[in-house]
Structures are given as structure tokens and as C-alpha cells.
Design a protein around this ligand. Structure first.
Ligand SMILES: [Zn+2]
Length: 330
């Protein structure tokens, strides 16, 4: 098996804040790392606007004991990069790259106006930063947030999507950002998605175990996007990456919170052992409508295999990217 630094295969995932990499896709990335695929995390902000979510850290002897709200905020900003590094280690990221913007805070809050925040960043400038990373890291697969974020419309999460789509398209185009390195065309782009099937399975497992579930009617009645799912990764062997990475973000995740930890790893695997993805763009074709992909690199390994003795060129000679219009947003 190829070790990660020598592997021609690379997946790059883009997240908004430290801790998003733990709650979305950690088992999938851990699995690919163990398969010898190089794994790269781009984190767009430092999470400066996060609050302390684990009040036990304010107890006597805890790192936040006796701090004023202002001191608490400063301490959080110092700790979050350390938590991110620990989480990335648990998951097995080969590379963590900060895009360098400030956390924009929740929608319509004053930090949205901070000149250094991600929300305020000029689109072409932010896309350029991401393009330079893509050209350096040379991923075949890019993972980002979807176009439908009604469930959690955080300005930074929306912006992750908004810069990822043009970055995917411009990275291989020499006309864009000539300063940003040799063009490199990623071949597939996926959106992360929470399957409604998963939500129901976890809800029912929690009811069976605890007699209650953190998913209320607001959650249960939310329209799903399951009909858009193209790709289902079996992550039973790597579910521990999720819980381990979440625990690494000790300031952001209360270890007693049933939302995160109502089921342990084995119970979660028994309830729903998959992570689901939407193939949004592909230059190597898409699965037939009645087929569910089980590998993010489906179609890519075959392309690489066609060119023995060569490191994967990445740059497509001319063919335009095939847009896979997978499901219309309601
Ligand atoms: Zn976030």
C-alpha cells in the first residue's frame, strides 16, 4: 500500500470552523487516510466567535475557572487551534491548512461586519486563496458544504460553499490566478449531507436506549435531501474517529451531551454505519441513477491506472467538466 505522502490520491475537505471536521465526515476521512489516500483539511476561520459549550470547564480547577467573559473569549481563541490539531491527529489528516479568515459569528450578529471576517471577504480573493492551496496539494476529490443549508445557515458555512464551487472550476484554468501555481483540475466535488434515513435511525436507537431523543419535531419534520445522495461510504470501521475528534474539541462539545454522545460508537454503527455524500461535479462521469457509489474515488483510480509510470497529471487536456445535476433543490 502506498503511504500517504507518496500516494497519488488526495482528498481535500473544506470546513468553516475548528470542530466542523469532527462533526461532518470524520469517519470517511479517517477511512481514506488508512487506505493510504493523502487527506488535507482546509479550515477557513479560527472559530474566534465560538462560545464555551462545556460549562464543566468553568468548575474549580478547570481551565476557565474564574475568568471574566472577555478573558474566556481570549482563552478560547488560544485553545481552539490546539483542539483542532488534536482532532486532526485523531482523524488522520496529513495536512491542516488555515485559510486565514476570522470567524463571522452567527447570522446578523456584529462580528459579521468585522473587516477580517470570512463573511466580508471579497469572493475572488477568497477563491484565489483556496485555488492556490488546491494547486499545491493536488487533490482529485474535493469535499465541501452543499447548496442547500437551510438547516444551519451560518454565514461561514454558506461562504465555504460559495468559494468552493468557483475554486473547483478555476483551479485548472491557467487564466485565473496566474500567481497561484501550476493549474490543477480536481476531478470530483462532493457535498456533505445528513441523510434523513440516518436521523430517523439514530432517533429510534436513542429512544430505545434512553427513552428520549434530542431530535425534536423541528428536526423530525425537516425535509430530507436523501433523493440527492449519490454516494454512501461504509464507515463502521472508523466511527471512533467521530467521537475521538469531537472529544478533542473539549471547549465546543459537552461530553455529556446526548446530541453528540447519546449513542456510543458501536451503537451508532448498529443504527447507521454510513456517511452519505452528494456528487455535485465530476469530470469522470457519475453513477447511474439507480446505483449508489461506495467510493469517493470511483472512476478516478481507473483514470490513474490508464497512465502507468506517470504521476497523475490532474490537468485535463480540454474536456469540459461534466456537471452532474443531481437532484434539484426544492
Ligand atoms: Zn461551523
Amino acid at each position: 500500500m502506498l503511504t500517504a505522502p507518496e500516494s497519488p490520491l488526495c482528498v481535500l475537505t473544506i470546513h468553516a470552523h475548528p470542530d466542523d471536521e469532527a462533526s461532518k465526515g470524520a469517519p470517511t476521512l479517517a477511512k481514506y487516510h488508512d487506505l493510504g489516500v493523502r487527506t488535507v483539511l482546509v479550515c477557513c476561520t479560527g472559530g474566534e466567535e465560538g462560545d464555551l459549550q462545556n460549562s464543566t470547564l468553568r468548575d474549580e480547577g478547570g481551565p476557565f475557572h474564574g475568568l471574566t467573559p472577555e478573558q474566556e473569549k481570549q482563552h478560547l481563541a488560544r485553545i481552539r487551534p490546539v483542539e483542532l490539531a488534536e482532532s486532526a491527529k485523531v482523524i488522520g489528516f496529513d495536512q491542516v491548512i488555515m485559510l486565514g479568515y476570522r470567524d463571522s459569528g452567527m447570522a446578523d450578529s456584529p462580528p459579521n461586519a468585522h473587516p477580517d471576517c470570512f463573511h466580508q471577504a471579497a469572493l475572488d480573493e477568497a477563491v484565489g486563496r483556496l485555488v492556490s492551496i488546491i494547486r499545491r496539494e493536488r487533490p482529485q476529490v474535493i469535499i465541501t458544504y452543499g447548496d442547500d443549508q437551510r438547516g444551519y445557515p451560518h454565514p461561514d458555512h454558506l461562504k465555504v460553499h460559495d468559494i468552493s464551487v468557483p475554486a473547483f472550476e478555476r483551479a485548472g484554468d491557467a487564466m485565473w490566478y496566474p500567481w497561484a501555481g501550476e493549474p490543477w483540475q480536481p476531478l470530483k466535488m462532493y457535498y456533505s449531507v445528513w441523510a434523513r434515513t440516518r436521523l430517523i435511525a439514530v432517533h429510534e436507537a436513542m429512544l430505545a436506549k434512553l427513552g428520549k431523543s434530542p431530535y425534536d419535531d423541528k428536526w423530525l419534520n425537516r425535509p430530507g435531501q436523501d433523493e440527492r445522495i449519490t454516494t454512501r461510504i461504509d464507515v463502521a470501521s472508523h466511527m471512533r474517529a467521530r467521537s475521538g475528534a469531537l472529544r478533542a474539541h473539549a471547549t465546543q462539545v459537552d461530553p455529556k451531551e446526548p446530541w453528540w454522545f447519546g449513542l456510543d460508537d458501536d451503537e451508532l454503527v448498529a443504527a447507521y454505519p454510513y456517511e452519505d455524500w452528494v456528487l455535485a461535479k465530476s469530470a469522470v462521469g457519475a453513477p447511474d441513477a439507480d446505483v449508489v457509489e461506495i467510493d469517493l474515488f470511483a472512476g478516478i483510480k481507473e483514470v490513474i491506472a490508464l497512465e502507468p509510470g506517470q504521476s497523475f497529471p490532474g490537468r485535463l487536456s480540454s474536456p469540459a467538466l461534466v456537471e452532474t445535476e443531481v437532484g434539484e433543490v426544492a
